[in-house]
Design a protein around this ligand. Sequence first.
Ligand code: HH2
Length: 284
Amino acid sequence: MAALCQLVTWPGGQLDFSRGPLVMGILNVTPDSFSDGGAYPDAKRAVAAGLEMAAQGAAIVDVGAESTRPGAEPVPAEEQIRRAVPVIEGLAGRIGIPISMDTTDAAVAAAAVEAGASILNDITALADERMARLAAEKETPVVLMHMQGTPRTMQSRPQYEDVTAEVLSFLVKRAQYAESMGIARDRIFLDPGIGFGKTTEHNLQLLHQLRQFGELGWRVLVGTSRKRFIGEITGRREPKERLWGTAATVAMAAAAGASIVRVHDVAAMVDVVKMVRAVHSANK
Ligand code: HH2
């Protein structure tokens, strides 16, 4: 299998993986996200927060306009566009790092790309063929995530015979599909979907076996930030109190070969990733 490029470039973006994992900052312009919902009531404040993430060392900023927390209802495309596009337009050309759009809706993705986004983060792993065609045509990288069920129902009773084997097999099929649609291997990121139709035990198992995901031949993105399983283990009820639990999972994901970690607390997690990188390179 050919090695992945260390420097991935595409129209509108560039990511340098030569020095270890990169940090993706989460910028949710939603009223109801589980952790940062309502944090940025207008586009101006969201743009300022995105610029701050870049200044803190984020390599990507991920804009979301629809909460996917357990039980969440879908948000119509027009509303997602109304929330996200002014923020993307405000960031594009100023932020200096690629902007990704966290959406499952191809119309929202197209509007986001038009506004200046250049990565598509799709928690349904290109379930809608139009999303795959858009990514291929615009040459945007894509994040393909595993989820059992839908956000509305996914936590009702997640079940697997072997969670790691099932998630691995799903992601390989979706990556092969993406390639068959004309998306280059270097531009595909696989994500085990921590918290998406998974119990705490499932999440722990996936993190424990994360190295296997990197061995598939595509890059890996992991999103553990402030998630419920961290609260369950640490007893921290408030998502914002889950910083240290998040730091542990980010360090472990980085050490296990993840190329991108998706986080709320950019400054803190940039330090975590820097330490993992430093220890790794000391061993060369
Ligand atoms: N997690 C969330 C949303 N999008 N995308 C990827 N690729 N991987 C993830 O783990 C992931 C994701 C959920 O976190 P957040 O955006 O903070 O919350 P909400 O969905 O409530 O907006």
